[in-house]
Design a protein around this ligand. Structure first.
Ligand code: PAF
Length: 318
């Protein structure tokens, strides 16, 4: 039987996964804004050229959800899950794809007192890069790696091999992690070292490497992250953290980060789940996170703009 997957949050990453996965399984998008079919034109590398028309249904439909990927922004995840919670059953599997940390804890708390406390909850972490220059068009801007892992005991028992296989079939390098929290903390460190710089300097991921703000603060930022990761139980030295930030920024050089895309669209960013989460965690543990705090404040004070020019002279925004 063809596996059925619902995707809640058809932004750039959700749309990228939807388009490629639809070649291997049945995909339905869940959207508050569209019903009927949603057309996605995927571009990027030659193997990415794809035009698909995917069914789209509203959250309040009654159809039970077998496998649900939530690819909304971290700030919207809890509300998104609440909007479809009546469709979850004891055999549902839910996969959280959010950047940063914070929403994962909110969802775990919410489920405890929900009508389905025992659904299998997983997290996924991806370094795939995708941009949505116009509605309906998605550019696969950088190939990455996707990790899946269990967030609760029932998910650990059920496993996530089949979703991981589907992602690999769809061309996304994917693996299962026995400790997805370790991956989430490491990814958090990557996002702390890329996203705010792209937002403040208004440049693509690769261009941060020449920006004075990045060059002046990346060592101190990496040291702050080293202390945080140590307290979180996932120790890593600052040189390794910095090297990984540079390597992901290089691998996704052409990408407009998710944070800069939010700013181009005049939307609120995920800064509070990224550097803001680190600053809050540091304060709670008596640690210094001055650079994370400063980057958070600078991103929060950026004017929301619906039309900006990027470093290649392209206009963004709707
Ligand atoms: O948030 C993003 O844009 C992505 O997580 C990453 C890996 C920084 C690539 O752009």
């Amino acid at each position: 039987m063809t596996p059925s997957i619902h995707i809640l949050g058809a932004g750039s990453i959700g749309g990228l996964f939807a388009a490629r996965l639809s070649q291997h399984c049945s995909i339905t998008l869940i959207s508050r804004h569209s019903t009927g079919n949603l057309n996605i034109r995927l571009t990027g590398n030659p193997e990415d050229q794809l035009v698909v028309s995917l069914p789209c249904e509203p959250p309040d439909s009654q159809q039970p959800l077998e496998r649900l990927l939530i690819t909304t922004k971290s700030n919207d995840t809890l509300t998104a899950l609440q909007s479809i919670s009546h469709r979850l059953t004891t055999s549902s599997q839910v996969y959280l794809f959010q950047n940063g940390l914070g929403s994962h804890f909110d969802i775990l708390d919410y489920l405890k007192s929900s009508r389905v406390p025992n659904i299998a909850l997983y997290a996924a972490s991806t370094t795939e890069g995708a941009n949505r220059p116009t509605n309906g068009e998605i550019i696969h801007a950088g190939r990455g790696q996707t990790w899946f892992g269990a967030l609760n005991a029932i998910a650990k028992n059920s496993g996530c091999g089949s979703i991981c296989d589907l992602f690999n079939q769809a061309g996304f390098r994917s693996n299962i992690s026995e400790d997805i929290w370790a991956i989430l903390w490491k990814k958090l460190a990557i996002n702390c070292g890329i996203n705010p710089y792209t937002a403040i300097c208004q440049c693509r991921n690769g261009d941060i490497l020449q920006q004075p703000l990045f060059l002046d603060t990346i060592d101190e930022l990496s040291r702050e992250l080293e202390l945080i990761l140590q307290v979180a139980g996932y120790p890593e030295d600052h040189e390794t953290i910095k090297a990984r930030i540079i390597s992901v920024a290089t691998a996704t050089a052409a990408n407009v980060s998710s944070m800069l895309q939010d700013i181009y669209r005049g939307k609120s960013t995920e800064i509070l789940a990224i550097n803001g989460f680190v600053a809050k965690f540091a304060a709670e543990h008596g640690l210094n996170a001055k650079i994370n705090e400063q980057l958070t404040q600078r991103v929060l004070s950026l004017p929301a703009s619906s039309k900006l020019i990027d470093s290649s002279g392209n206009t963004h925004g709707e």
